[in-house]
Design a protein around this ligand. Structure first.
Ligand code: M6R
Length: 617
């Protein structure tokens, strides 16, 4: 949460910072601000509550100069409301020093009390200002050595933070620190960048450096130095960003979400690419890592929100093909319950951003307990893959809209690939079966495209008609259950309508009491060609709710005639083997949630109260 960008070089920093913030705005949009050090060596800043557009208006009205060193911030509020005063940057040392921050400084009250006792004053309610004032004090104590002062501050802070700072005594220098919160360096020619993720600078350079935990970076136009909090040099890992700036542009679409839903076929195809050889799944990143899962006795999958739902789908595939027991748990629940994992457990974390604090902390806890860890992640250089023993990247491309769509189908694809890879290594699946599953998997991109081409318009129309709906329920069984959960989550977060997903079998144990005449219920119907019993159970569930007046919208295989008499609407998906249906069934639900939010005139890319990358617990 919160987006951070820094720049040093020959160019005016304001436009670079604003462009970087525009790409990071998905991380939070409660306020935005920048600070620059001008050619005359003076520090200027501007900040405004609200979205970045408000800051742009402010800068148009009151320009802050042509400085070539600068930092910028887009906020998701934690300590202190979304006001101008609480917006970042926060200034100290007679307004000669500027600090921006992502994370939560857990010991800020103690530090603040210490600084107040020394006579320091505060203007905001934020934890960040405490770091700024502390840095001002340490700067003087260090005789004007900004990097040394920054280290001293970083050592005093508890919690999670990425901090950037600059001081008008040091034009051409931006310092950064990180603990459990993201920070990536962009390497340019005669200029360097810092960002919460590579989107902040990818239009200027695709050369990047990931830095580790508890490290300090100092960038100047000519160089980058990285040390630990004690000042020791540390090794960094350079990487080339795999996508270019245009991948994170709207490119003519009405919203990032519309673009990203349209990219679901490519997200699946690109995640499969290079991982299928001669009828077998071989994941190159897992080459030589067979030990990681050769003798494990169970798998625990961790994630939050949509990522956790992808994990629930993965459980069915891993258990069926690789014959390893799988538990799926919300990362934040796992972390604090003294979990029983050890060297016989493989913990798979799923995260689009690779920065979700709940998931990161759970992975660290699992590693501390001796478990082996594997990260399924969509973001290069992110923290969770760096903290894991192995990585399988999803290749969905940058996902900018806050609600996750194309990353979800890519995560499920990666889990299918993982399950098939492990099944081959462990010998739990015959070659013919493996080849048949690969054929099904490879057909998915075209089938998703079919749903978009043939059903999107009708679903959008349905969403339009339902714009006044106050509550929607979603039902599914087996692999359809996580899809019901995902459909409900997407509708809640995009359209602010009450929505719940249930396992269809759970209906009679309580939720059926919610059904009253006209209640819309989406039902994910399993293929009649798969487990026939599942199909008939779901059709019976439909009858039960219809008998009580529910309005049923079924998502069913084209050709499933049994469902027709029972449903008010049927949204069609192509035929697929049962385990692969979720990836098709979710597409109408993504389109529906987006369509309904649009019909209500809501911002589908930046829903209220949310941020894409949840980097606080
Ligand atoms: O970046 P991650 O995949 O770790 O994010 C996990 C969740 O915060 C995320 O999926 C969230 O639930 C989305 N808003 C869902 O659309």
């Amino acid at each position: 949460m919160c987006g951070i960008v820094g720049y040093v070089g020959p160019r005016q920093s304001q436009d670079i910072l604003l462009a970087g913030l525009a790409r990071l705005e998905y991380r939070g949009y409660d306020s935005a601000g920048i600070a620059v050090i001008d050619g005359d060596g003076a520090l200027h800043s501007a900040k405004k509550a609200g979205k970045l557009a408000r800051l742009r208006e402010e800068l148009d009205a009151r320009p802050i100069g042509t400085g070539t060193t600068g930092i910028g911030h887009t906020r998701w509020a934690t300590h202190g409301g979304p006001t101008d005063l609480n917006a970042h940057p926060h200034l100290a040392d007679d307004d000669r020093l500027a600090v921006i921050h992502n994370g939560i400084i857990e010991n800020f009250s103690e530090l603040k009390a210490e600084l107040v006792a020394e006579g320091h004053g505060f203007r905001s309610q934020t934890d960040t200002e405490v770091a700024a004032v502390l840095l001002g004090r340490e700067y003087r104590a260090a005789g004007g050595d900004l990097v040394a002062a920054f280290r001293a501050v970083a050592r005093r802070l508890e919690g999670a933070f990425t901090l950037l700072a600059m001081h008008e005594d040091h034009p051409g220098l931006v310092v950064g620190a990180r603990r459990n919160s993201p920070l990536v360096i962009g390497l340019g020619e005669g200029e360097n960048f810092l960002g919460s993720d590579v989107a902040a600078f990818v239009e200027h350079t695709r050369k990047a450096l990931a830095i580790g935990q508890d490290q300090i970076v100092a960038i100047t136009p000519d160089g980058v130095t990285v040390t630990d909090f004690d000042g020791n040099d540390v090794e960094t890992s350079p990487f080339e960003v795999m996508w270019d700036a245009s991948a994170a542009e709207k490119g003519g679409w009405s919203s990032f979400m519309a673009k990203e839903v349209s990219e679901e076929p490519e997200a699946v195809a690109n995640t499969i690419r290079g991982r299928v050889h001669e009828g077998r799944v071989v994941i190159p990143e897992l080459d030589g890592l067979d030990d990681l899962f050769a003798d494990i006795s169970r798998i625990v999958i961790l994630g939050a929100g949509t990522a956790a739902y992808a994990g629930l789908v993965g459980k069915y595939a891993i258990e069926q093909w690789a014959r390893i027991p799988v538990e799926v748990e919300l990362a934040h629940e796992f972390r604090y319950r003294d979990p029983l994992v050890g060297p016989d457990t493989l913990v798979i974390s799923i995260s689009q951003s690779g920065e979700t604090m709940d998931t990161l902390m759970a992975v660290k806890e699992a590693a501390r307990l001796g478990a082996r860890t594997l990260s399924i992640c969509n973001t290069q250089g992110a923290t969770i893959p760096r903290e894991s023993d192995a990585i399988v990247y999803t290749h969905a491309g940058p996902e900018v809209a806050v609600a996750s769509t194309k990353a979800f189908v890519a995560q499920i694809t990666a889990l299918y690939l993982f399950a098939l890879h492990v099944a081959r290594v462990r010998g739990t699946m015959g070659a013919d079966d493996q080849a048949a599953q690969i054929e099904e998997l490879s057909a998915l991109p075209d089938k998703i495209r079919w749903v978009l081409d043939n059903e999107q318009e009708r679903i959008e129309q349905l969403a339009h008609w339902m714009a006044d709906t106050r509550s929607v329920l979603f039902l599914g069984r087996h692999v359809g259950y996580p899809i019901a959960l995902e459909g409900a989550l997407k509708l809640k977060e995009l359209s602010y309508i009450h929505a719940e997903g249930f396992a269809a079998g759970e209906l009679k144990h309580g939720p059926i009491a919610l059904i009253e005449p006209g209640q819309p219920v989406f039902v994910v119907v399993p293929s009649p060609r798969g487990a026939q019993v599942l199909h008939s159970k779901v059709v019976s569930n439909i009858e039960e709710i219809r008998a009580r007046g529910a309005r049923v919208i079924a998502i069913a295989e084209a050709g499933d005639a049994a469902v027709l008499p029972s449903a008010d609407e049927v949204l069609r998906i192509p035929l697929a083997a049962p385990l692969f249906e979720p990836i098709l069934a979710v597409v109408p639900l993504h389109v529906f949630a987006m369509g309904l939010a649009e019909a209500k005139g809501l911002d589908v890319d930046q829903p209220r109260n949310l941020a894409k990358s949840v980097t606080v617990e």
